[in-house]
Design a protein around this ligand. Structure first.
Ligand SMILES: Cc1cc2nc3c(=O)[nH]c(=O)nc-3n(C[C@H](O)[C@H](O)[C@H](O)COP(=O)(O)OP(=O)(O)OC[C@H]3O[C@@H](n4cnc5c(N)ncnc54)[C@H](O)[C@@H]3O)c2cc1C
Ligand code: SF4
Length: 528
């Protein structure tokens, strides 16, 4: 039993007909920090989470990839477009803790220039806030989670991390070697997993990472800063109620238009099978992620006077290069992604918008086999024979900006899923910028890998993360929410998740989502 499960024993419970101060939909990177902050301020808050509650990670998260599908959102999502998105474990999660149950915990901050991408490139959208607005919240999240990182971050001399870096695994060492040969800088990456035991009064003591390497299958000891090990125990301790297996499918509204109740169906062990319930509330925070948030809004017809709900879907360019090394690598050992380079955030003369981060990779066997089949085009005997090289291969990958465009969007399809809601259909195609970025990255990554000693290299074209679809902005005509996440249409609806990003940023998204979550909470509390 972890600290969250322990706190659950005495968890406060609210009646459905009691008007609570806030309902938070989703308990991932967007929902969990908000829940904790509102509970700590003494508010009566209920979190509704579609997925189950894993109370004993040490027993429930096996060192076995095939058993991990239970923490992925696997309800069907339809894909369209030239670069159609692969859904499932690649980009979404479910359960108390959301996608952070299986995230890679790679936590770079946004580059300040990425927040003004339209000003600099005349493409995409600027954010309605600056890096200075985000900085105090970045620092608060990093300190709270115990982010491990280098003493001196090469691209930001003022930055300090609360704990030292996790050990650099073999793929990380190869990246250091390859980049050094090209005259490029690398650093131990900022990682939201503990390099040493770390204690906070809000959640108690968490142990150091034991380098088991199966982070994407759920951390068994709480070293990884998933929400169930950090913000959620704090939230429950301070009076929040979390209801798992509770799928939200509608809202009721009062005469003034504001939401008065949240409608949800509770299934599974926590409630009677398929019980329809209604929680009365003063405010709603929609934190269901870049796909489910716009889907629910389109389904209910709310908050869309701008016509922007579902628009501007983005996915990071996440191309990888793989190669074989003469000596044993053993990429399954250690924390998976340990080294970063930000040297490509604005490469001189590059023909694309924004830039990309480079990161070392550690991928477990089944996931890697899927990448081999797709990227190298191998099947049958040939595939099995190539997979024998697992211990001698290593990969290197990017996370790069994506330009929001009209043709990339989410809509409701005609097909209905098991919850009775239309399945979402996502249209996504790379534009000129994404194609040029991927090509640029392949050239660089192959050069680095060659310098590190790789042979027989191949490329895996892929995307990562689900971003945009309810963009924030100053204008109610061109955006869904304002800079604090409040709906332009409904005074008591707030959105806080991947969907509010006006541009994708090159950085992996979760740290920024958490920072926005704290900012939204603070503004909400101040405005009451
Ligand atoms: C394999 C993988 C690795 C990743 N690695 C990294 C990384 O290293 N660094 C990084 O920054 N990011 C990473 N990410 C991305 C990161 O986890 C997400 O960007 C982040 O968690 C998104 O936060 P969110 O609050 O928008 O959504 P989520 O964290 O996905 O939370 C949404 C929650 O809402 C619930 N929900 C959805 N619909 C409903 C409904 N109708 N009713 C009730 N509940 C609902 C879901 O079950 C889910 O729990 C990774 C993601 C994946 C899939
Ligand atoms: S490698 Fe570390 S963070 Fe990842 S699952 Fe193991 S203990 Fe947790």
């Amino acid at each position: 039993m972890n600290q969250l499960a322990h706190n659950r024993i005495s968890m406060r419970r609210y009646q459905d007909d009691e008007v609570v101060d806030a309902v938070i939909i989703g308990t991932g990177a967007g929902g969990a920090p908000l829940l904790a902050k509102l509970a700590a301020a003494g508010l009566r808050v209920v979190a509704l989470e579609a997925g189950p509650w894993w109370e004993a990670p040490a027993e429930q998260f096996a060192t076995d990839e095939t058993s991990a599908s239970k923490i992925y959102w696997t309800d069907e999502r339809l894909s369209a477009g030239d670069t159609s998105v692969v859904f499932g474990g690649n980009n979404s999660g479910t359960g108390v803790g959301g996608s952070t149950l299986h995230w890679g915990a790679f936590v770079p901050r946004a580059d300040p220039r990425d927040l003004r991408i339209h000003t600099d490139f005349h493409e995409g959208a600027d954010w309605p806030l600056t890096y200075a607005d985000l900085l105090p919240y970045y620092e608060e999240v990093e300190t709270f989670l115990g982010v491990s990182g280098p003493a001196h971050y090469p691209w930001d001399s003022g930055r300090r991390y609360p704990t030292g870096p996790v050990p650099i695994n073999a793929p990380g060492q190869l990246m250091q070697r390859g980049f050094a040969a090209l005259g490029l800088r690398t650093s131990a990456a900022p990682i939201a997993a503990l390099s040493e035991p770390y204690a906070r009064p809000e959640y108690g003591q968490r142990p150091a990472c034991v380098n088991r390497g199966f982070c994407h299958q759920g951390c068994r000891n709480g070293a990884k800063a998933s929400m169930d090990a950090t913000y959620l125990p704090w939230a429950v301790r301070d009076g929040a109620e979390i209801r798992p297996d509770s799928f939200v499918h509608g809202f009721e509204r009062g005469s003034g238009g504001n939401i008065t109740s949240v409608l949800f169906r509770q299934t599974g062990t926590a409630g009677k099978a398929g019980t329809e319930r209604r929680q009365r509330t003063r405010a709603v925070f929609l934190c269901a992620g870049g796909i489910e948030t716009p889907r629910l809004l389109l389904h209910t017809g709310l908050a869309n006077s701008s016509g922007q709900v579902g628009r501007n879907f983005m996915a990071h360019v996440a191309t990888q290069v793989w190669g074989t090394f003469a000596g044993r690598v053993g990429m399954n050992k250690g924390f998976p992604a340990t080294v970063i380079s930000e040297d490509m955030l604005r490469p001189a003369g590059a023909p694309f918008t924004g830039g990309y981060l480079v990161q070392s990779l550690g991928v477990t066997p089944v996931t890697w086999a899927q990448g081999v089949a797709r990227g190298r085009g191998l099947f049958g005997e040939e595939l099995v024979s190539y997979l024998d090289r697992y211990n001698f291969v290593a990969g290197i990958g990017i996370n790069g900006d994506c330009v929001p465009v009209k043709g990339n969007y989410l809509e409701l399809s005609e097909e209905v899923d098991r919850n009775g809601l239309p399945k979402p259909r996502v249209h996504f195609s790379y534009g000129k910028s994404e194609l040029a970025m991927s090509e640029h990255a392949v050239t660089l990554l192959k050069a680095a890998w060659q310098a590190a000693g790789a042979e027989d290299m191949w490329t895996l074209e892929r995307t990562a993360h689900t971003i945009g679809t309810c963009r924030m902005g100053s204008s109610p005509e061109a955006s869904v929410v304002g800079s604090f996440g409040q709906s332009h249409d409904l005074g008591n609806l707030w959105i806080c998740d991947n969907s509010v990003f006006p541009s994708s940023l090159a950085a992996n998204p979760a740290l920024t989502i958490m920072a926005l979550s704290l900012r939204t909470a603070e503004h909400f509390l101040a405005s009451r």
